[in-house]
Design a protein around this ligand. Sequence first.
Ligand code: DX5
Ligand code: ZN
Length: 221
Amino acid sequence: MSVRISPSILSADFANLERDLGRISDADLVHVDVMDGHFVPNLTLGLPVVERLQQVSPVPLDVHLMVEDADRWAPRYAELGAFSVTFSVEAAADPVATARAIRSNGARASVALKPGTDVEPYLQSLDEWDMILVMTVEPGFGGQSFMPETMPKLARARDAVRASGLDVWLEVDGGIGLDTIVTAVENGADTVVAGSAVYGGEPAERIAALRAAAATVALSS
Ligand code: DX5
Ligand code: ZN
């Protein structure tokens, strides 16, 4: 299986989002970072903008919520047609109920873990998640450095998913480039977010280069 690439439009031109979506039409997904200025010290966009992105995007939406009261907001993004909705477990009172609400609204349900959050409790209920997002930076901003200390957690999740036989995707987000994608894939990532690494250059070329780097792992393992 080849690794899925999900460019983050946090690094796109916010005055030209439709144009910049068009530039990543050969990606697998598009990663949309929703930040509320409370859960993280940054504010991006919300439901009305994501609804329009959903209507014009050439690839399915991989929505990443970094908002307080995730239980309330996550199902709304599923309702508008997002392919996948990830919420921060630290912001959810009842992650299982929220994941079920996302699924019942037709989207894949996913939980994100900050670098300091233990994955173990979420491995006890693997069948409730379609994806686990292991944050490889502290959430809030693009262009930060990859935190290699998150890799044992990713590898632990990979082992648990393999043992379960379930099809739970494992995503990484933050500081991904040509070197760190290799590290992440070696530790079990099958879905990779990249913001500055894609939009910092010619997006189609950057996506192809990330795919090629990820494929070197697939070939050697
Ligand atoms: C950070 C966001 C990321 C961000 C990644 O909180 O969740 O999706 O866009 O940006 P890069 O790839 O530049 O680290
Ligand atoms: Zn993100």
